[in-house]
Design a protein around this ligand. Structure first.
Ligand code: F0G
Length: 489
């Protein structure tokens, strides 16, 4: 018999602040490698965590998306998956779970985050519109471009101040947003807040910020502007609110998630993160008419509206994982692990972006390798060298790889925007690694950093791929390749 959601929340004096509230039932082995082999692999596979064959990676923090371990509760629910095409039993269970999580009545399953964004952008956004956000994820900015609209980011000033130690540096700059909104209100059908702000250091968003954005929309809207949250990691953001925003210490993370979403008209989720599944997502919203307009779009590409590209067993796993991932004991332990890794880095002199986020540690590679400037890919270099040191894979998010590019000169790095920080994202898979892994990952980064100016800058490799379309421009990061100007040690 499965442990129930209620039992998982019982009061306890067990040390769940020091050890995970779960144990291990299945394990996954790693192929042993040597330094020479890893050097060879790196060279052959484009010096990037994204291109490395995963089988040769010891500790994989390239992404926390779909990389978590399922629980016994999820596996057993999967055996109950109903694979009927229309209105399967599993959909009812899924719908109930999403309604409990979001407080919203209308729900679509989808096979991942970006496929849940598609009908939202198709129904709400048209050419000439402007879509403000704290910082769009790559796919929502691509959907904006695809619709002929312009994604606009309002990054808060605290994030740009390296010495700021605030807990909510993922917030939208509400003042700047307000001025912009007053000017363009009739062209803004949708405002998006990404909670937490993945592309800006994974920083959390406060409840106050969500409330303020809502107020600006209500005060100045000229059309039916919808306010949506991109909630891939909302449960972990809720933990940050519980831990650091006054007035929330005694609320459960589920209550906090409910309150965050009470200010929104709708949301879309890549459930591959705090939904605790390997594949899956959803849309939830309040407006029946908008929901009805989305239905044919979902049917056209993802099958029927009660499965959205997922099998019955996926719906079961997601329904269980969504509530498991917002459990307070689990989230407390998750944050403890992030903090442990952040401290393991700092102890070894590896510079991180402060504060550590709630799902990842972002390494400030610009500070680790000061001899490389933003055109030379310090994060690209440090991330590649850390793999050579000890099989640790991560994602470089520096200006070289992530700067917005000039569509007319996609290979001209000098035309690329400079990112506020040259970051490596070490995104932590859920329920997968333990302290010795985090220590080793930090050790790899420290050993890489110790090479100092013996580490080379990187430059783009010209290729003859057909150019990307304007709407795909943010996706260049998946196709551009780089090489070091001299060999890595
Ligand atoms: N929104 C956010 C904030 C995301 O981080 C992602 C994916 C998506 C939407 C899209 O979801 O991948 O399920 O289609 N982020 C992954 C990452 C890829 O590594 O950060 P998806």
């Amino acid at each position: 018999m499965r442990i129930s959601d209620q039992e998982m929340m019982l009061k306890t004096d067990l040390p769940f602040d020091k050890a995970p509230p779960y144990r291990i039932k299945a394990v996954e082995y790693t192929i042993p490698t040597t330094r020479e082999k890893r050097k060879e692999i790196m060279k052959k596979h484009g010096y990037s965590g994204r291109l490395l064959p995963a089988k040769y990676v010891f500790i994989n923090m390239v992404t926390d998306s779909g990389t978590g371990a399922l629980s016994d509760r999820q596996w057993s629910a999967m055996m109950e998956g109903d694979e009927s095409y229309f209105y399967c039993r599993s959909f009812e269970f899924f719908e109930e779970s999403v309604q409990k999580f979001t407080g919203m009545p209308y729900v679509f399953p989808s096979h991942q985050g970006r496929s849940s964004e598609a009908p939202i952008y198709e129904v709400l956004v048209k050419a000439g519109d402007k879509i403000p956000s704290n910082t769009h994820f790559t796919t929502t900015s691509a959907w904006s471009f695809q619709r002929g609209a312009e994604p606009v980011d309002f990054v808060c000033k605290d994030y740009l101040d390296e010495n700021n130690r605030g807990w909510f540096k993922g917030n939208m700059d509400v003042k700047a947003f307000e001025e912009y909104f007053i000017q363009h209100a009739e062209k803004i059908p949708l405002v998006e807040l990404v909670v937490p702000n993945n592309l800006n250091g994974g920083q959390a968003v406060s409840m106050e910020n969500i409330r303020e954005v809502r107020k600006v929309i209500d005060k100045y809207k000229k059309i039916d502007t919808q306010f949506y949250l991109d909630i891939a990691r909302i449960s972990e953001n809720a933990w940050m609110i519980k831990a650091h925003e006054p007035g929330y210490a005694d609320k459960t993370c589920l209550e906090i998630v409910n309150e965050m979403l009470s200010h929104a008209d709708g949301c879309h989720m890549s459930a591959k993160k705090t939904g605790m599944v390997n594949m899956g997502g959803f849309i939830a919203l309040r407006d029946k008419k908008v929901w009805q307009k989305m239905q044919p779009k979902v049917i056209r590409t993802d099958g029927y509206i009660t499965y959205g590209g997922l099998s019955g067993r996926d719906l079961e796993s997601l329904a269980v994982g969504l509530i498991e991932g917002v459990n307070d004991y689990y989230l407390q332990d998750r944050q403890r692990q992030v903090d442990y890794f952040a401290n393991a880095c700092k102890k070894r002199g590896v510079h991180i972006l402060e504060p550590a986020a709630c799902f990842a540690v972002y390494i400030n590679a610009g500070k680790c390798l000061p001899h490389l400037d933003h055109t030379q890919g310090p994060a690209t270099c440090l991330s590649a060298q850390a793999y050579i040191e000890g099989g640790f894979a991560s994602t470089a998010m520096d200006s070289l790889q992530r700067g917005r590019i000039d569509p007319a000169n996609p290979l001209d790095v000098s035309k690329r925007t400079k990112a506020p920080y040259e970051l490596i994202r070490c995104a932590m898979p859920r329920r997968v690694y333990f302290e010795p892994h985090y220590d080793w990952a930090a050790e790899c980064l420290a050993r890489a950093m110790a090479w100092g100016d013996k580490l080379p800058g990187f430059k783009p490799i010209a290729d003859d791929r057909p150019p990307l379309e304007m709407s795909e421009i943010g996706l260049h990061t998946f196709f551009d390749d780089y090489e070091p100007v001299f060999p890595l040690p």
